[in-house]
Design a protein around this ligand. Sequence first.
Ligand code: ZN
Length: 130
Amino acid sequence: MHTINVRTGKRVDMIDITNETQAVVRAAGFADGICVVFVPHTTAGVTINENADPSVVRDITTTLSELISEDGSYTHSEGNSDAHIKASMIGFSQQIIVENGKLQLGTWQGIYFCEFDGPRSRQVWVKLLG
Ligand code: ZN
């Protein structure tokens, strides 16, 4: 298993980790199979979406925050229930096909670490399945 360290800068943030993930694949000399990207946190997740127009990422985080308010009638004492809910909606893992050592992503796709309770130091675990 490989680890990517991510430092998030805001409470809610989407950080493109495509290059870091591709670097793990390259460093491992991994040619063909599946790359599993897993986020071992309860208030962060991982998704794949457009990395060409940054307003897409902004629209995703803005809409999630509109749908799930920070100060709802939650019972969780930590005060970050919105972050837990957003993380579960986004999900905690992605699988990307690897061929000839390259992540097979669509032209406009990037892998995004999704922070919902930052800023924090986070980890992403990567497992390569041949
Ligand atoms: Zn909590």
